[in-house]
Design a protein around this ligand. Sequence first.
Ligand code: NDP
Length: 248
Amino acid sequence: MGYLSGKTVLVTGASSGIGRATALAFAREGSRVAVCARRVDRLKDLERELSEAGAAAVRSFALDVTKRADVEAALTGLPSEWSGIDVLVNNAGLSRGLTKVYEDDPQNWEEMIDTNIKGLLYVTRAVVPGMVERGRGHVINMGSTAGYITYANGAVYCATKAAEKSISEGLKIDLMGTAVRVTSIDPGMVETEFSEIRFRGDTERAAKIYQNITPLKPEDIADAIVWAASRPAHVNIHTVVMTTIDQA
Ligand code: NDP
């Protein structure tokens, strides 16, 4: 039996891309996998795939991480067999537009800040006290290389991922003396629905992002997450930075 077998894992934003691949990777390790996102129809299909992949147990539920009261209600109201979360993957996130700050629609900033920063904080706030109390747990936050290098027309998205870095480091310091670990996973370009969402369904513009490069696959990131989560309990992987070989 592997380290993650029978562990309870919660993945936010599991309806597509990295979150979905991560949930499946934990399922293959024999973990108990809980998944959430707003598109519950997709989660229903994923539930079946998780069971087929070997998950010890599966649960899915609707969650919009930007809604603080809903996050608190959903996570504090989990049935007892699911409330002992061992691994939290704070993956839900998005980018909106690729626009100059002084020309952008403030609605785009709000969506990114509410999801990537506040959503991550709400979920963390609801889950981590239980980890501290039980004396075990691992928070894995989805960062990005955008948290290190600000790219053209991406100021606010990059700022949200720089914030993720500060929050991950700060949480690690706050948790010193407990058994709870904190890891930030920081990928470069990954081929998911991310670019389509960013351009509000403009697939042509989204495809141009990956021109002349072979992007990472969601499974590459899922591998890194499962690797970090499966280190022995005294080992904390702070950060994993990974890019496609075509990206500087
Ligand atoms: P996808 O668009 O494929 O997946 C994003 C996921 O986040 C979806 O499952 C979506 O579910 C969920 N989500 C978005 N908003 C909310 C919300 N308010 N509440 C709950 N869930 C939400 O993109 P990726 O898989 O690429 O993105 C996953 C993470 O990886 C993000 O944090 C992103 O910033 C990060 N990342 C992505 C990179 C890339 O190049 N693709 C590079 C570096 C980091 P639903 O819409 O059903 O709610």
